[in-house]
Structures are given as structure tokens and as C-alpha cells.
Design a protein around this ligand. Structure first.
Ligand code: NAD
Length: 377
């Protein structure tokens, strides 16, 4: 039987239900306790999912817990992750890992000094669709990737999230909120980024919440909500990334990659599944034959029908990586490089110049069918 690491969750809001629900699918992890700055939130999740509600201090001192998952809001990610490392536990954070490179370097310093690991979402690039795209590129089917386009455009978040404030404050905005899915997948597919440039703007300095329970409340917008970025990758590929919450509708695809031998059409990097299509030099775009990847299998009901959702795969991969002494796919170096890309995009928007990145990372190991099965119970 695979050894298990004890997991505690800090931050019992919206996304925590996904972690509670999906973590039992995976080997190597067992959620034992949860905590929140708001004790009632922790108690609610504890009674829903049969774990122990603790104070943050109790959870950090709990000897059964090896990894703490940080599901707080972006602004709290750094202080909470720092506290977790200082308590001698590994951290797995929701995205974005931190809001500046300095914060990330501090976490790296504490982790290295104490022989602890830091991992970070998103893990959607481990999905069957994105791993199929990775396999297609690795096999050389579209030749060398030279360029591409990414679009993540919508009217915003205030129409669905019960507490949408953090999305419109520094640390939020579409590039830090949704950019991680795209950047992590681009790193998965083509490797690290060399430099970026961007134009940024916001359609309105305030937003009116239309979701319950705060319908009608006006909240401030203090970060760009419309970003057009250019990314030059270390392999020479040039990719445009448009991320906006100022768009009511559009007809762009999520991700298109163009190579010397053909083109690849990648589904939404915010999800695990979807159809991957490609063409060769004949320009005949066809869906790729689906493969039997466990993280393509629909397992959750959504408005759009059944979809594949294997969030927490990155956490399980990290736990097994710790147990086996190997590199975790959702590692600190990759998450920090992603933060470098995102904060540099915002900096370029402010300063009107190209920003050379100061971090780099390796491509994560591919997660083929057998490797994905090995993560599941
Ligand atoms: N909601 C989603 O669909 C979704 C999806 C993917 C990723 N995420 C990411 O997950 C994180 C949480 O998002 P959410 O939607 O669950 O937010 P949320 O506001 O619903 O929940 C956050 C929880 O963290 C708690 N919290 C805040 N600061 C804290 C602190 N200092 N110490 C302890 N607890 C604290 C809050 O009380 C709240 O219960 C964000 O980084 C977000 O980007 C959310």
C-alpha cells in the first residue's frame, strides 16, 4: 500500500469543496483537518466532509499533518504559506503562489533551509486533453512551435462568486486569476518564457455585484481588467495572451499553437478535458483521436454536461514526489516562473516596455496514461 501524507486545509471557502470532494480519488494524501480565519467556515466544511475543524494554530501544530493546502484569498497566500513552512510543514497553494517574486524567493529560502516542498495549482495541465496536446508536440507532429494565440475573455466574476471583491483588487485581475492556467499549460507544452510586453487597461473603476447574497453592492476595481500581452519563449516561440473581464462575447479559441509542420488547437486550460484538434501542412483541421487517459474521463455534472475534473491531482503528485524523492510537476520553480511572467506583464503595462524575466524553470515531466493511473487509488 502506498504511504499517505496527512493533509490539512487552511481556507474553507468556495474552492475548498473541490479539494474535499476530489482528494479521496488519489493515492498519497488524506485530508484530516481544516481551519479558516472564520471558524464557522471551517466547522461547516468539517461537518460536511467528516474531518476535524481546528484553529489555524492547532492545525499547524497537528503532528498528523505533513502538507497544508492554502486555499485562502490571493493576498493571504504569502503570509499563510510562510506560516505553514515556519511550522515545519510542506505547502500546496492555490494560485497565484504569491503576488511578487520577493515573496516567492522568501518562501523558497525557508523551504530550502528546512528541507520542505512548496507546490502550487493549477494542475489542470495534467488533464487528459492537455497531456494529449503535450504528447502530440513531443512527437514532433506540428514541428517546432513558433507562435500562437491565447484568449481568456469574459464579462467578469461579479455575476457568480458570492464574495467577488478579491478578483478586482491587486493580486486579482484576469492575468493573476486566469493567467496561471494558460501560463502553466504553455510551460507544459513549450517550456519557459524569456521576456514579455503588455498593454493593460480597465473598462470601469467600479463593478456592481449581481450574484447573491450581495446583489447591488458596488465594489472598487484597483487592478487592470483588460490585458494584451506578448510572450517570447526561450525556444523562440512568440505567443499573444489576451486576458480580459471587459468582454461580453467573442469568437476566439482558447489556445492555438502554430508549428513549422502544422497547427494545434488546445481546449480551455482551466479544465482537464476537451477536444484537441490539429492540422498538418494540408490545413485540414481534424480532432485528434481521443486516448484512454484517466484525467479525460468525465466525472462531474456541470451546466454544459458531464466534464472531467481531477483538481488535487497536482497535490497528490506532490505528495508522491515527496515520498519517492522526485520532482513534483506543480513545483515551486514552475509556479514562481509563472508569477514572474504575470507580474512582469502587469509591470510592462505600467511602464510601457519589454520586461526580461529573471527566473526560469524546466518543463514538467509529461503525465502519460500510466503515470496518471499511478496517482489514482
Ligand atoms: N472559486 C473557484 O472556483 C476557484 C477555482 C480555482 C482556484 N481558486 C483560488 O482559490 C483561492 C480561494 O478562492 P475561493 O473562491 O475559495 O475564495 P473564498 O473567498 O470563497 O474563500 C477563501 C477562504 O479563505 C479564508 N481566509 C481568508 N484569509 C485567510 C487567512 N489569512 N487565514 C485563514 N483563512 C483565510 C476566508 O475566510 C474564506 O473562507 C483563490 O486563490 C482563488 O484564486 C478558486
Amino acid at each position: 500500500m502506498t504511504k499517505e501524507l496527512g493533509v490539512g486545509i487552511i481556507g474553507c471557502g468556495n474552492i475548498s469543496t473541490t479539494y474535499f470532494k476530489l482528494s479521496p480519488l488519489f493515492k498519497g494524501i488524506k485530508v484530516l483537518a481544516c481551519a479558516d480565519i472564520n471558524p464557522a467556515a471551517a466547522e461547516t466544511r468539517a461537518s460536511e466532509y467528516g474531518v476535524k475543524a481546528q484553529t489555524i494554530e492547532e492545525l499547524l501544530a497537528n503532528p498528523e499533518i505533513d502538507i497544508v493546502v492554502n486555499l485562502t484569498i490571493p493576498d493571504a497566500h504569502f503570509p499563510v504559506s510562510k506560516m505553514i513552512l515556519e511550522a515545519g510543514k510542506h505547502v500546496y497553494s492555490e494560485k497565484p503562489l504569491v503576488l511578487s517574486l520577493e515573496q516567492g524567493e522568501q518562501l523558497r529560502g525557508i523551504a530550502t533551509a528546512n528541507n520542505l516542498k512548496v507546490g502550487c495549482a493549477p494542475d489542470t495541465f495534467l488533464g487528459g486533453a492537455h497531456q494529449l496536446a503535450r504528447d502530440y508536440i513531443d512527437q514532433g507532429k506540428i514541428g517546432r512551435v513558433t507562435s500562437g494565440t491565447c484568449h481568456v475573455l469574459s464579462p467578469g466574476m461579479e455575476m457568480w462568486h458570492p464574495n467577488p471583491d478579491f478578483f478586482f483588487l491587486p493580486g486579482g485581475g484576469p492575468i493573476l486569476d486566469l493567467g496561471p492556467y494558460y501560463i502553466a499549460n504553455l510551460i507544459n507544452l513549450i517550456g519557459p518564457v524569456k521576456r514579455v510586453a503588455a498593454l493593460t487597461s480597465m473598462a470601469s473603476p467600479t463593478r456592481t455585484i449581481t450574484s447573491e447574497p450581495r446583489k447591488g453592492e458596488v465594489i472598487p476595481v484597483e487592478t487592470p481588467t483588460n490585458i494584451h500581452a506578448l510572450l517570447e519563449f526561450q525556444n523562440g516561440a512568440t505567443i499573444t495572451l489576451s486576458a480580459s473581464w471587459d468582454v461580453w462575447s467573442h469568437n476566439h479559441a482558447n489556445m492555438e499553437l502554430y508549428g513549422t509542420e502544422g497547427s494545434l488547437f488546445v481546449p480551455d486550460p482551466n479544465f482537464f478535458g476537451g477536444t484537441v484538434s490539429a492540422s498538418g501542412r494540408d490545413k485540414d483541421i481534424q480532432p485528434l483521436e481521443t486516448w484512454d487517459h484517466p484525467f479525460s474521463v468525465p466525472n462531474q455534472e456541470h451546466k454544459q454536461g458531464m466534464m472531467a475534473n481531477y483538481r488535487t491531482a497536482g497535490l497528490a503528485d506532490m505528495a508522491l514526489a515527496i515520498l519517492d524523492g522526485r520532482d513534483a510537476r506543480c513545483s515551486l520553480e514552475r509556479a514562481l516562473h509563472g508569477v514572474d511572467v504575470m507580474v512582469s506583464i502587469l509591470q510592462s503595462g505600467e511602464e510601457g516596455r519589454f520586461i526580461e524575466l529573471t527566473t526560469t524553470c524546466t518543463q514538467p515531466a509529461a503525465l502519460g496514461i500510466e503515470e496518471a493511473r499511478a496517482l489514482l487509488r
